[in-house]
Design a protein around this ligand. Structure first.
Ligand SMILES: Cc1cc2nc3c(=O)[nH]c(=O)nc-3n(C[C@H](O)[C@H](O)[C@H](O)COP(=O)(O)O)c2cc1C
Length: 166
């Protein structure tokens, strides 16, 4: 799958907005992800409000690029009613990767901003998006048309592969 190998994190974006059809495709990719017992613990907030993007850019020390993105997804996880709560954040991470790959396939770019499980980050994102107490913020994914792209490095390292042969 080409997008896996061409993707790299994008932190500088063109100002132009992303088409709503593309945003829906990215959300469809997220919700197509596997999850433990198919519990689908996710909720997605699509932020295009400039003032909220600015507040989100101050939610962690490494989120500056959110301020200049035309949009960001905030992923949040439900706290209640889950069948396999111990796997919840793994489910969230897999959905995030699905989104990043669809973003790449659509000619867009994004970067995952680490929020959970750091309580200070989570509190700030919760306040910025006004999340209910039943949801925990997981990550911020600023996205848009890339203003700058890096050629991804080849990270394949055969020394990390351990065969247990027949
Ligand atoms: C869990 C996680 C948290 C991350 N947090 C941040 C972040 O807070 N700010 C940022 O600019 N990049 C963040 N990144 C992006 C990584 O720095 C990036 O994926 C890594 O350097 C590899 O580069 P690549 O994505 O271009 O392959 C995060 C990535 C992951 C998976």
């Amino acid at each position: 799958m080409e997008a896996i190998f061409t993707r790299s994190s994008v932190r500088k974006f063109e100002e132009c907005p992303v088409e709503p059809e593309k945003i829906e495709k990215i959300l469809r990719a997220a919700m197509a992800a596997p999850s433990a017992k198919n519990q689908q613990p996710w909720e997605f907030f699509v932020v295009t409000a400039k003032n909220t993007l600015l507040t989100l850019s101050q939610a962690t020390p490494y989120a500056m690029c959110v301020k200049n993105a035309p949009a960001a997804f905030v992923l949040a996880a439900r706290r209640e009613g889950l069948i396999a709560p111990e796997f919840r954040d793994i489910d969230m991470a897999i959905a995030t990767e699905n989104m990043m790959l669809e973003i790449e396939a659509l000619g867009l770019g994004a970067v995952m901003i680490g929020v959970a499980p750091i309580p200070e980050n989570m509190d700030k994102v919760r306040a910025a998006v006004v999340l209910p107490e039943t949801l925990d913020p997981f990550t911020i994914l600023p996205f848009g048309y890339p203003a700058k792209r890096r050629i991804p490095e080849d990270r394949y390292d055969p020394a990390r592969v351990h065969w247990i042969k027949a």
